[in-house]
Structures are given as structure tokens and as C-alpha cells.
Write a protein that binds this ligand. Structure first.
Ligand code: ZN
Length: 127
């Protein structure tokens, strides 16, 4: 299993924004997110320890990728205080990547970086 946001948090992206993300933003002295506004900016998803995540390009925080929304809002900086969600690109062969990674017993070995092919994952081996 490779976790997406909705599997891990058991809610959809808009619920995640209204709860976890908004609470954390307020702790950081920022505003809660009141509506979903999508910016014309795309960031790439990666797999880290069996989780689909995306890295914030502003503050180096990261968060789960939610499907099917494929939107990102950093709970640390509100995407540089713009409060606009970024679009998240996931690879077209996502299911093939998940299949290879899911065969690995150790969660810490379930990793994928953008551009890495399924063949490269298979040749890494690992357990
Ligand atoms: Zn950030």
C-alpha cells in the first residue's frame, strides 16, 4: 500500500484544508483557508516511505497528495501566504510504481522520485 492523503487522513482534500491545514496555518499566525483557489503552478509528487507527498517550493515542508483532487496547500506557509492551491502532477504509470513499491516489506524502502522508471525501481531490489 502506498498512502494518499485521503487514505491516511480519511477525508477529502477540502475537509483536510478546512481542518488540519487551517488549524496549523492559524498556529503559524496565518489565515485559515476559506475557499479552494487553484494557482497556475504545478509541483511534482514523489513517494516517501510509502506516502504520496509533494514538497512545498517555498518552505521545504511537505504534505500528502490527495486524489482525485491533486491539489496542494502547505500547512506551514499557505503556499507563501497566497492561500492558492498548487496543482500536483502524478506520474501516468502511478499504479505500476505502486505495484513495485508495495512488494517491499520495509516502509522506509518504498520511495520514488520524479523521472525514476519502473525498471530502475525493479533493479534497485531492496526489501
Ligand atoms: Zn510552505
Amino acid at each position: 500500500m502506498i498512502y494518499t492523503g485521503e487514505l491516511y487522513h480519511k477525508c477529502d482534500f477540502s475537509q483536510h484544508l478546512a481542518s488540519t491545514v487551517s488549524r496549523h496555518l492559524q498556529k503559524m499566525g496565518l489565515q485559515p483557508v476559506r475557499e479552494i483557489i487553484v494557482a497556475d503552478r504545478v509541483i511534482e509528487a514523489r513517494v516517501n516511505h510509502a506516502r504520496w507527498i509533494a514538497d512545498c517550493p517555498h518552505c521545504r515542508s511537505a504534505d500528502f497528495v490527495f486524489t482525485p483532487e491533486l491539489l496542494f496547500m502547505c500547512a506551514n506557509c499557505g503556499n507563501d501566504s497566497s492561500y492558492q492551491c498548487y496543482q500536483v502532477a502524478v506520474p501516468g504509470n502511478r499504479s505500476a510504481i505502486e505495484a513495485v513499491l508495495s512488494e517491499r516489506d520495509k516502509i522506509e524502502n518504498r520511495n520514488w522520485e520524479p523521472g525514476q522508471t519502473v525498471q530502475e525501481l525493479e533493479s534497485e531490489g531492496g526489501d
